[in-house]
Design a protein around this ligand. Structure first.
Ligand SMILES: *Cc1c(COP(=O)(O)O)cnc(C)c1O
Length: 354
């Protein structure tokens, strides 16, 4: 086995030589004093792209999300989102542990936003009896949902309905770049659908580190205080901002290649094992396979694929996730398609039938 396609996550990308060279030449200063010129350029550029006044650079997307939520809600207040949301499932209870925020959720198949359900769960003014909802969180694209895109019309309708009753919207846009490239919807249109937006440079864009929170200048001033309080004040991080600027210059448009490779692989699997994936649900760079439908358990399928050089991640007992990114080329994609199609076409080799 020589060819290894590591499809566990798009966080696995390693900085290219050109990116490292851009980092080497970056002008730097102390960013806690707001004196790092490269960070300032990156923050303004991302704020402009999303059509907001200001942005703030963060070490991680989780911290950008959690500071974003903290701007909307405090102890005893509530945010609501879907049951697969990253802020609920993969940030280790931070909203409760760090900010005393309580959460409620609704069930969303594949993470697809259902505006009517979100609005039905929302309690704009609970008075002295029920918890009032401070903020609705939307994830676009949706990670555990399988790279699901939220249609801009739905985001607009949610924004209109929430702003009418004074409820905020936070957009977890770790992969908003993928939604933008796949749909052609301008980033500023997505930006206009939320009060606060987080974006990651460290996923498909291929930077080693870095996320931003985007909002009004007033909110970003407050976010700067919370970032320091959460331990995220960084010093000469212009070297990391330079990687982010390089990623925006060189790695944004190429996300379309990741999407094409993901779709291609999804189609290949669907041809031999139709119940495992519906190609219409493969929106971007994440392929979630219902391997239980082909008689496999997720851990067994992941182990069998791993032995043949294709690495994935089990998102549940019967679901396996494969994510395309900068370090995966056509040859690796062909190899992954061949291995997955071969394993999934042959039932009864894995675990319990579904
Ligand atoms: C990766 C990710 C984040 C942030 O993750 P970090 O590892 O903290 O940078 C946030 N939201 C979603 C949907 C993600 O996929």
């Amino acid at each position: 086995m020589s060819l290894v396609a590591d499809l566990r996550s798009d966080t696995l990308t390693r900085p290219t030589r050109a990116m490292r060279e851009a980092m080497l030449d970056a002008a730097v200063g102390d960013d806690v004093y707001a004196e790092d010129p490269t960070v300032a350029v990156l923050e303004q550029r991302v704020a402009d792209l999303l059509g907001h006044e200001a942005a703030l650079f963060f070490p991680t997307g989780s911290m950008a999300n959690q500071v974003g939520l903290r701007l909307h809600a405090g102890p005893g207040q509530e945010i609501i989102t879907d049951h697969l949301a990253h802020v609920l499932r993969a940030e280790l209870g931070a909203a409760a542990a760090l900010s005393g925020i309580s959460t409620r959720s609704w069930v969303a198949e594949r993470g697809q936003l259902d505006v009517d359900t979100a609005l039905a769960v929302m309690v704009p003014d609970g008075g002295a009896y029920q918890v009032s909802t401070a903020c609705v969180v939307v994830e676009n694209t949706h990670n555990f949902g399988g790279g699901t895109i939220q249609p801009i019309e739905d985001l607009r309708r949610l924004r209109d309905a929430t702003s009418e009753v004074g409820v905020g919207v936070h957009l977890d846009g770790a992969r908003l770049w993928n939604a933008h490239v796949a749909t052609g919807v301008p980033l500023s249109d997505y930006g206009a659908s939320a009060d606060t937006v987080s974006v990651c440079l460290s996923k498909g864009l291929g930077a080693p580190v870095g996320s931003l929170l985007v909002a009004s200048a007033e909110r970003i001033d407050r976010a700067r205080v919370w970032r320091k309080r959460f331990g995220g004040g960084m010093r000469q991080v212009g070297i990391l901002a330079a990687a982010g600027l390089h990623a925006l210059d060189h790695h944004l448009d190429r996300l379309a290649q990741d999407h094409a490779r993901t779709r291609h692989t999804g189609q290949r699997v669907a041809e031999v094992a139709p119940g495992v994936v519906d190609p219409a649900n493969v929106h971007t760079n994440i392929l979630v396979l219902d391997v239980g439908a082909a008689g496999w358990s997720a851990p067994d399928l992941i182990a069998a694929a791993g032995e043949r050089g294709v690495r994935g991640y089990p998102t549940g007992p019967w679901h396996a996730r494969f994510v395309w990114h900068l370090d995966i080329d056509d040859a690796m994609t062909e190899h992954a398609g061949e291995v997955l199609a071969d394993l999934l076409a042959h039932r009864d080799r894995g675990g319990e039938p579904a």
